[in-house]
Design a binder for this molecule. Structure first.
Ligand SMILES: [Zn+2]
Length: 427
């Protein structure tokens, strides 16, 4: 079915009669059944079909096939009317097809095939998913009946691996991954790897994903089951696991890869001022928005980076006093102000881990007393740090560890054993 689908599409309402040569086996059988009592009848020659109206032979039934490539404006009613199907019959077909597919919701760019015999509708075929199609066919009593047919399909697991030359995206596509799988991969490692700026030539990746095969041909990537990346010499692993408590991606030790910013950059603190659009500034003595959170804490209290990332700024910055800004890998930036001192090694370009001490509480800049001024930006826009969803990824529960380890080992075995069987971007 899929093989012939594209060859003879015509924009509605142009219609082309195609005879037989392109019609599937099932139709062939049904035609034989219909006309077999009158064995003297002849078919038109299949060879005459391509592109031309069939030369109508004297007595043979005229079989026509119409492929309607649907635009967003086409309705089923329109399409059927174009081949002169009577209104009541159209409604009858819609009703009968409804449990399988709602014909009032034809998809744009899909193809509806209709077959007529001597001008009378005989059969409709409509493929509505990668492997399912609706078949409406006239039975021997002349009534239309609808059923669902499926093409032979299966889900296989495939491994795609490669080495990055320029970008991960390019490398992965070259290696045979599809864009969806690349996006899934970057989501999974979003808290660990900065795909925008921290991908190096020579970094490697391996993906194990489900792939839908229809009639032996891969058509769609499903879920990513496992992944490995080597980024700047550091190895990252992800294993998809579904347990009693939840499902998602975990590292090799069963820790969730779904991380968020730390709830707070200070272990011990009290909030002294929250995010607001207008606040009386005790030093400037006027109202101005406060786009951060002030945490009251004694001078010298260690400040932890709320997430892993790269230091964008570490030094004096006007009213902020000693100030640190950290860029995280998924569009978040966090900033820390009024520090008494900046941590050792914390300078622009330095990499920091989540929870790493980057500085100490102080009262530098425009500050009325020791506190940490903390800001969070997403895509350059300041947001309320307290509104940042921090559902910490829950690790695999101890009780399920054996089960998880089995799943992990299976995934990693597949990743390593068949890694080169499918694709690599090395010629
Ligand atoms: Zn503040």
């Amino acid at each position: 079915m899929t093989g012939t689908q594209n060859r003879n599409e015509k924009r509605f309402p142009i219609r082309t009669a195609l005879i037989f040569s392109l019609v599937g086996i099932s139709f062939f059988l049904s035609i034989l059944f219909l006309i077999s009592p009158a064995s003297s009848q002849k078919f038109s020659e299949p060879a005459a079909a391509e592109g031309s109206e069939s030369p109508s032979e004297d007595q043979g039934p005229k079989i026509e096939r119409f492929d309607f490539k649907l635009t967003s404006n086409n309705t089923f009613y329109q399409v059927m009317t174009a081949i002169k199907v009577p209104g009541p019959e159209i409604l009858d077909i819609v009703k009968k097809a409804k449990p399988i597919f709602n014909l009032t919701r034809l998809k744009e760019d899909s193809v509806l095939k209709a077959f007529t015999i001597d001008g009378r509708l005989q059969k409709i075929e409509y493929k509505f998913s990668d492997y399912e199609f609706l078949l409406v066919e006239r039975d021997p009593d002349g009534n239309m009946a609808a059923k669902k047919e499926e093409l032979p399909h299966e889900t296989r697991e495939v491994v795609v691996s490669g080495t990055i030359e320029n970008s991960l995206y390019e490398g992965a596509l070259k290696a045979g991954a599809d864009p969806q799988a690349v996006v899934a991969l970057t989501d999974i490692f979003a808290w660990d790897i900065d795909f925008a700026s921290d991908i190096h030539k020579g970094d490697t990746f391996r993906l194990l994903s489900e792939m839908l095969y229809v009639e032996g041909v891969p058509v769609k990537t499903g879920r990513l089951i496992g992944a490995e990346m080597e980024n700047g010499g550091k190895r990252y692993a992800a294993i998809y696991y579904e347990g009693k408590g939840g499902k998602g991606y975990y590292d090799e030790k069963g820790r969730s890869l779904k991380k968020t910013l730390l709830k707070s950059p200070l272990r011990f603190r009290r909030i002294t001022s929250t995010f607001s659009r207008g606040r009386y500034h005790p030093i400037l003595k006027r109202y101005r928005p406060h786009h951060g959170i002030d945490y009251g804490a004694p001078t010298g209290t260690p400040i932890e980076s709320a997430g892993s990332g790269v230091v964008k700024h570490a030094g004096w910055k006007g009213g902020y006093g000693n100030y640190i800004e950290v860029k995280h890998s998924n569009g978040y930036t966090t900033a820390y102000g009024h520090l008494s001192r900046i941590g050792k090694g914390i300078r622009s370009g330095a990499k920091v881990d989540q929870g790493q001490v980057i500085g100490y509480v102080g009262s530098t800049g425009l500050s009325s007393g020791p506190h940490l001024h903390y800001e969070v930006k997403v895509g350059g826009r300041l947001i309320n740090p307290l509104s940042v969803k921090s559902l910490p990824g829950v690790p695999v529960p101890k009780k399920e560890m054996a089960q998880f380890v089995a799943a992990r080992d299976s995934v990693q075995h597949k990743l390593s054993s068949s890694g080169t069987a499918y694709a690599t971007n090395k010629p």
